[in-house]
Design a protein around this ligand. Structure first.
Ligand SMILES: Nc1ncnc2c1ncn2[C@@H]1O[C@H](COP(=O)(O)OP(=O)(O)OP(=O)(O)O)[C@@H](O)[C@H]1O
Length: 297
């Protein structure tokens, strides 16, 4: 896979605080990477340096589009995009398109098409001052993608949205992911779980865990099975007599995916069916992994 961005030893030192500390990672072409970490862990500072808005104290950022004007190759959505309330959405888009290097007669249609893509097709002539928070967030995304960047950096793209808006924007990002490399920070871990090839965990400016979601998941508990019973006693009996390690919790029994295959489990359960109401697969949630990673010594 081609590498789009290579970051090595990236560090940002402010007076008295190392906001970003020696980050090394790379982004493969057309992959989506979630940058996650507690408040103040350095996500915004990292994205700002990658977007070229903030100079690093040390370290290197190598972008495969080097040589090209980064404004035309990178799209950036800040955490709190700033708008001129007196401008209409289409005027703002044309301004953003110009700053990204788009010129000529196609600019207007690119802006209209992008507004349509983010669900603001009918709002082009409306003033931004009258937009809801969700509409502004969509407009922020639209300005970041109007020039079809090869690298899209998004700082909390969905945090300001309601659940329906979040879903829509995540679907848009998935669609863009087919042709763009995306790095986004988020606190909404359910969403990250859906659209992540790679995870980067930051804590106090340091990258303390990274890797493909599947590998990180395996490392922090993996996947397994949950057998549900119609009463806790039946669950206890099943867990105590099962030939593999099984943990009863109320009316449920959890079994590690490493201990047994689904086929074996079903065969065993068929011979010991007392009280069983459901058998399913479960995976450790990203939220649980997050807590383990950030609380790790
Ligand atoms: N201009 C600055 N001067 C001094 N310290 C700063 C500056 N900008 C950020 N910091 C500090 O750097 C650290 C990282 O901040 P940053 O905003 O990058 O974190 P974050 O992970 O994006 O947080 P959040 O999730 O709350 O948005 C914080 O301790 C912050 O106070």
């Amino acid at each position: 896979m081609n590498t789009v961005l290579e970051v090595s030893g990236l560090t940002k030192q402010y007076d008295g605080i190392r906001a970003v500390d020696d980050l090394t990672f790379s982004l493969g072409e057309h992959t989506a990477t979630a940058l996650i970490g507690p408040n103040g862990s350095g996500k915004t500072t990292t994205l700002s340096m990658l977007a070229g808005l903030l100079r690093q104290t040390s370290g290197t950022i190598r972008f495969s589009g080097e040589g090209k004007d980064p404004r035309s190759a990178i799209g950036f959505l800040p955490q709190y995009p700033k708008f001129f309330p007196w401008m209409t959405a289409i005027e703002y888009m044309e301004l953003a398109a110009g700053l990204s290097g788009l010129e000529g007669r196609s600019v207007r249609s690119a802006c209209e098409k992008t507004l349509g893509f983010v669900g603001l097709g009918d709002a082009g002539k409306k003033r931004i001052g009258g937009f809801s928070g969700g509409m502004k967030q969509r407009l922020g995304l639209a300005q970041a993608i109007v020039h079809r960047p090869s690298l899209l950096l998004l700082d909390e793209p969905v945090s300001a949205l309601d659940p329906a808006g979040r879903r829509e924007v995540m679907e848009m990002l998935k669609e863009l992911g087919g042709s763009t490399t995306i790095l986004y920070s988020t606190h909404i871990l359910n969403d990250a779980e859906e659209m992540t090839d790679q995870l980067l965990f930051l804590r106090s400016g340091k990258l303390i865990e990274q890797g493909p979601l599947r590998e990180v998941r395996e490392k922090y508990g993996g996947s397994g099975y949950r057998v549900l019973f119609n009463n806790p006693e039946a669950a206890e009996r099943f867990a105590a007599s099962a030939p593999w390690a099984a943990r009863a919790d109320g009316s449920a029994v959890t079994i590690s995916g490493e201990a047994v295959s689904m086929e074996e489990l079903l065969r065993y359960a068929g011979g010991h069916p007392a009280g069983i109401t459901n058998i399913g697969r479960v995976s450790v949630r990203l939220e649980d992994i997050f807590m383990k990673v950030v609380e790790r010594p």
